[in-house]
Design a protein around this ligand. Structure first.
Ligand code: AMP
Length: 189
């Protein structure tokens, strides 16, 4: 199995690159943000709970997210691998992911860290807010999401660096970043 974590700040291009990766490598895309937005639209119990956090730019509690992931992993049979997009976002989630994959005799192969400057991130998120109308792409929420990223998610970089799995990717265009990602993944395969 090829299990890839796509890592980076909000607006770093995780979703865009994940779409390109799944098409080329036939992996199963797990975007926790997308799953939660679907639940919000359905007005399910999970959606209503998640909305309280997402609308403020805060993280949904670990136990909720980890439980959700566990269900998805157990339901996914005969897949070539996963691309984890927006998960893990805390050290607790990172440790839980390692445990869940170990139980399936597999592990995270690589963590692709998409590196984009802070100013550029804010511009991209504001633009996305205008185009897609995502409720959390507004100025106040953007700042809190970037804060949450630095305080709660960035420490995971050290966690994966120690495991020798962190690869930082920087590029000027979507195509440029994707080329670097495919070079990396082809080397692993
Ligand atoms: P995203 O689409 O990945 O930017 O996620 C949108 C929002 O969903 C985040 O700002 C969080 O509120 C919530 N969310 C998504 N993934 C997670 C996660 N792994 N842990 C906690 N909250 C999450």
């Amino acid at each position: 199995m090829l299990n890839v974590v796509i890592f980076g700040a909000p607006g770093s291009g995780k979703g865009t690159q994940s779409e390109l990766i799944i098409r080329k490598y036939e992996l199963k895309h797990i975007s926790t943000g997308e799953i939660l937005r679907t639940e919000i639209k359905k007005r399910s119990e999970l959606g209503l709970l998640a909305d309280e956090y997402i609308s403020k730019g805060q993280l949904v509690p670990d136990e909720v997210i980890i439980g959700m992931l566990e269900t998805i992993l157990n339901e996914s049979k005969d897949v070539k691998g996963f691309i984890f997009d927006g998960f893990p976002r805390t050290l607790t989630q990172g440790e839980a992911l390692d445990r869940m994959l170990r139980e399936k005799d597999t592990s995270v192969a690589v963590v692709l860290n998409l590196s984009v400057e802070g100013k550029e991130l804010v511009q991209r998120l504001l633009k996305r807010g205008e185009i897609l109308g995502r409720s959390d792409d507004n100025p106040e929420t953007i700042w809190s999401r970037l804060d949450v990223y630095h305080n709660q998610t960035e420490p995971l970089k050290e966690y994966y660096k120690k495991q020798g799995k962190l690869v930082t990717i920087k590029g000027d265009t979507v195509e440029d970043v994707f080329e670097k990602i495919t070079d990396m993944l082809n080397r692993i395969l």
